[in-house]
Design a protein around this ligand. Sequence first.
Ligand SMILES: [Zn+2]
Length: 501
Amino acid sequence: MDSVAPFNTSMKAAQMGITEVAINRAFYTIDILKRDVLYVLPTAINAGDFSSARFNSALLYSDYLSNLFTDTNRINLKQAAGVSLYIRGSRGDSNLKSIPVSTLILDELDEMDQKQIWLALERLSGHIEKSVWAISTPTIPKYGIHRLFQQGTQEHWIFKCPHCSRRTEFIWPDCIEIRGESVEDPDCKESFLKCRECKKQLKQSEKPEFLSTGKWVSDVKDHDPDHRSFYINQLNSFTVSPEDLVRAYFRGLADESAAHEFNNSKLGLPYIGEGAQLNDVLIDQNIKGYTKQDPRPSQGGDRLITMGVDQGNKNYISVMEWFIDTPGRDLNVVASGKLIWEGTRLGSEYEELDKLMYEWQINHCVIDADPEINEARRFARRFPGSVTLSRYREGQVGKEITIQEDELRTPIATVDRTNWIDATLGRFYSQRIDLPRDVSREYREHLKNIVRTYIKDTLGNPQARYVRTGPDHFAHAQTYAEIALPLAASVVRNQPIKAFL
Ligand SMILES: [Zn+2]
């Protein structure tokens, strides 16, 4: 609450009262420091809910605060005399860049559009009296809040044990006595917290007393004093019981999304589940003896070949050959694939894609619709029926592909991002993809840079989502080549796509 550092990061478990701290800081900045505040939440909907539930209710309980603000009618802008509180969502075109502020609060950073966030942070770096507060439950290591946390002082809450008087902290599992065997076991109730040093029980009811002896302590040498970063978990919570924690722990043993929930929301720690990220060992097991230089397919042959293109300044391209023993439903599951070529072409040279279409005798190509939709459209028009544009959407069901023609009659497929990346990366785990022995380092890195995690949707339910920890273009090129398989089969066998999903 009283940090004077220009940059503050809070990597925290859920419901630790940290948002309340941020709201207090926002009011303090407006009332006393007379400076503008930009309060950012993941989405515009989050921002609206926050504005009415948290902001307006604070005013309802405080005459002082309601007198401070002269205009509170607009959802995303609250005005006090001469200063403003902007409340915005990070996604879409909320245009955080254009808002002139010296205090920025980012609440639930890991759920935000990371690109927008880094841009906003860059802009603030020029201000002398800047102040940044980044708050979030973590998701995966080295991403979002965990990445920021590691750049700062990394302070933990260190308190004095009422039994042994030693300075200690609550950490899992050292400080918990687990009772019971499973989530339904009534014995879970008997679980309790204990001191890491003397192992004596630390009672839930006595927490307010012994935790108030605490201090934020950093054990990082040579840390940047201008960036204070804090960590806190639910073992410190007055309202979450040891029983709650133990049941959440048992739930996590059985289920991947619950394991994320336990580590992220209860322990406030980043977490990677099994099978959530590729590594070199998993990639190497798919390498075979052939190379990308092997002879090209002959014209008019009956090989089934698709191409995926992730477009941008550079176009990233993946060319796949497919082998199907038993055609029919769930083609992406029954087919085995062989990466016969991957590489890049300049984004300014779309006609290079035409050459690749002929060189590799492509049955079907799927290309990212954005950012250069006009180039993609022209490319599709040069190969009618053989090129489909693609857009990701959250909330499509399974591997469903919805194809609509735009006003220029270009086919655009809408697909669920998580499910199709699952299908693509699943091949690497189950060894249903062959890779050439000269596969590029860049391709490997991009496929390792995309990590599966769980992020809460607007209703608070965990949803699987891939996030990137670095450049990931080839992962998407590969996914587009995968999506192109049922599209190719549909044309070759003259059947609707549905027959292959
Ligand atoms: Zn002790």
